[in-house]
Ligand binder design. Structure first.
Ligand code: ASP
Length: 440
């Protein structure tokens, strides 16, 4: 029998009703042996996530404020779940211990992590599963980086001792015994780590949407869900702001070749999106897998006659960026021109901007040099583009038919994506034009 690891996000565990849905999903498949849980998320739009309430408690103590009332609200969230589930489970001792620890300044990460800790205790009780504290199986190094080797060894051995277990997401332990969390949304990473250590056949990530969508639903009306996407395609789309999964959650399972299935707790019969390491199959009717876009880029445009024959030109320009701690995003170049696309945030500072300009002037003596802000990048991503002729032509025709000026084009030789730069105010329109061209 194979093993599936199921991670449930905060909205999937926000109240008793959702706990019941989660239990029905878990119990429907005996292969779902290891469950990773988030802290209770929002129950309705204006609600506050328990993680945010805990961060707030930490800040209140730091600022010398009284947390009594605020902490009561956190207690209520958990006690409501326990009561509504009809569980005979008393966590008042735990709640009191945590309150004291927060009052005695046990650290921001400790406070934040208790959201998943308590939720996982309750879920384990409700499912009749063992509880494995992440504190004993997920490790960070002295410098704060995640220790994959130690974690994998210890976690693998621990999992082998349990038939069914719940593990809290989001946190682990430092060498000195203090709790440390991953960045926000980090329960996705824990799920991936557990899937790898369990040598699972599948990592299911249960959330409140039916998988990854072909485009941002705030821009495109009711975009189609993506059936299958490769890790690389997903990386390209996430980089442009499409988010369903924590960026770092991909690495542990990708390394182990375990697919991820994004599923919807509120619509468990929907197949969701499969994220796989490689497939050459694609939907010939669609050709593209998804589109995404992001504002906030700047172009450093450098022109110099005969630039292409000047050896070391590019290196000298990039040296200047490196000296100023700026990383570049794209580097389209022509015979006499080189454009370096950077995130505007990295050159916002006027002094830094001046320094970069004068250093480039000094080092390569260009005929012209300007920095232009206000660029948006959009990525058209699809493994099918290699095979389907004319995709680029369709993309550009759609954009120009919409009356949009293209400022930059960059297509990687892998033909996995086409990156297009447009004015920031044209971004939505450009995404809409491309979506309608490919999704009929
Ligand atoms: N509860 C944490 C957060 O809100 C981690 C997670 O849900 O993945 O960021």
């Amino acid at each position: 029998m194979g093993i599936k690891v199921a991670k449930f996000g905060g909205s999937s565990l926000a109240d008793a009703e959702h706990f019941r849905r989660v239990a029905a999903i878990v119990k429907a498949d005996p292969e779902r042996r290891f469950v990773v849980a988030s802290a209770p998320g929002k129950r309705f739009k204006e609600d506050v996530k328990v993680t945010d309430m805990l961060y707030r408690c930490f800040e209140m103590v730091r600022d010398g404020k009284d947390i009594t009332e605020h902490y009561e609200k956190i207690k209520e969230r958990y006690n409501d779940i326990i009561r509504d589930l009809g569980l005979d489970f008393d966590i008042s001792g735990e709640l009191e211990y945590i309150r004291n620890a927060i009052l005695h300044r046990s650290g921001q990460d400790f406070a934040a992590s208790r959201g998943e800790y308590l939720n996982s205790l309750i879920l384990a009780k409700f499912l009749g599963f063992d509880f494995i504290d992440a504190e004993s199986v997920v490790f960070f190094r002295e410098n704060g980086s995640y220790d994959d080797e130690k974690t994998n060894d210890v976690l693998r051995a621990e999992l082998s001792r349990h038939q069914y277990a719940v593990i809290p997401g989001f946190y682990g332990v430092m060498p000195n015994g203090t709790i440390k969390t991953f960045s926000r949304g980090g329960s996705d990473i824990t799920g991936s780590i557990v899937a790898r250590a369990a040598e699972a056949e599948l990592y299911e990530n249960w959330t409140d949407v039916s998988g990854c969508l072909m485009a941002d639903p705030r821009i495109i009306d009711d975009p189609r869900p993506i059936k299958t996407i490769t890790y690389r395609e997903l990386r390209e789309l996430s980089y442009m702001g499409a988010s369903v999964l924590h960026e770092d959650a991909i690495f542990p399972v990708r390394y182990a070749g375990i697919p991820i299935n994004i599923r919807n707790t509120n619509d468990p019969s929907a197949p969701g999106t499969m994220i796989v390491s490689g497939t050459s199959e694609y939907d010939a009717n669609l050709v593209i897998t998804g589109i995404a876009g992001k504002r906030g880029f700047s172009v450093i445009s450098i022109e110099k006659d005969m630039m292409n024959s000047e050896i070391g030109f590019g290196r000298r320009v990039l040296d200047v960026l490196e000296d100023n701690d700026i990383s570049f995003e794209h580097l389209p170049s022509g015979v006499d021109t080189m454009s370096v696309i950077v995130s505007t945030a990295t050159i916002k500072d006027e002094m830094k901007r001046e320094r970069v300009l004068s250093s480039i002037n000094k080092r390569v003596r260009p005929d012209s040099l300007v920095i232009e802000d206000g660029l948006a990048l959009l990525a058209v991503v699809g493994r099918g583009m290699v095979k389907a002729k004319g995709t680029a032509a369709r993309v550009f025709t759609a954009i120009s038919a919409a009356g949009i000026n293209i400022r930059m084009i960059d297509q990687g030789s892998s033909e996995l994506n086409i990156i297009i730069g447009v004015e920031e105010h044209d971004l939505e329109k450009a995404l809409g034009a491309i979506y309608s061209e490919f999704v009929k």
